[in-house]
Design a binder for this molecule. Structure first.
Ligand SMILES: [Zn+2]
Length: 99
């Protein structure tokens, strides 16, 4: 019998979110919002790339591979929490082909 469970390292746990937030802060991941569209982006630690980020997904490599936790989303969630911004769960999920 074949099981399809996620590896323990790719689970959505409070500990992983805490670690992701520490990494985001250590790497100065910044969340910005496009003034016209309202879309949120997170900066990349190692390049000038921006990743579109939402409450439930991120377009970074981890997000695209199905990892439920990444440092960009951790930064985004913290960004939303800080000022009680209206950026909690938005409509739909990220669809790379619909940019
Ligand atoms: Zn990400």
């Amino acid at each position: 019998m074949v099981t399809t469970t996620r590896p323990a390292t790719r689970r959505d746990t409070p500990a992983r979110w805490a670690t992701a937030l520490v990494r985001a802060q250590a790497e100065s991941i910044t969340v910005i919002q496009h003034s016209t569209s309202g879309i949120f982006f997170a900066t990349s630690a190692g390049s000038l790339d921006l990743y579109r980020v939402r409450w439930y997904d991120c377009e970074c490599a981890a997000g695209r591979s199905g990892d439920p936790v990444c440092k960009h989303r951790a930064a985004f969630r913290e960004h939303c929490r800080e000022d009680d911004r209206p950026c909690r769960p938005d409509a739909g999920r990220f669809r790379p082909h619909l940019r």
